[in-house]
Design a protein around this ligand. Sequence first.
Ligand code: HEC
Length: 135
Amino acid sequence: MACEAPPPEVPFKPITDVRETMEWILDPAADVLWASAGTIITIDESRELAPTTDEGWAHVRNNAAVVAEAGNLLMMPSRAKDNADWMEYSSALVDMGVLAMQAADAQDSDALFDAGGKLYSVCTACHQAYIFDTE
Ligand code: HEC
């Protein structure tokens, strides 16, 4: 019967495993966000890290989009470790990426700093749950 037909398979072609997705896609993009928010204070000066040009903000927005979509990459069948917490963390990654995109679009450095902090806690939470130190 038609209603019992299995859903059509999406012809995903995953290229990177979880580790490569982290190292080559997610981590470099997240680094751009973290390097674009906050203030560096030294003895001689205090320097704002936020972009000062439209191009600079667009670069941040683009990398925030990579972070958001990386959450979807992690949910794909070849990468997802389970259908529960893994999906929650991956979904939170999408949400934090979107938050950072919105901050970049608004050129709001405080909002970007805030999104960066929340993003970091998602990374840490998932790592604590799924990376087991065997030492
Ligand atoms: C949904 C879960 C999840 C989220 C969210 C997540 N990670 Fe990971 N991450 C992992 C897992 C699992 C590994 C271990 C992969 C392996 O070694 O096979 C890992 C490993 C890594 C590594 C180490 C790769 C290596 O060389 O061993 C880096 C760097 C990393 N993650 C960065 C990040 C950053 C930055 C974020 C947040 C922006 C993040 N991750 C969010 C699950 C996650």
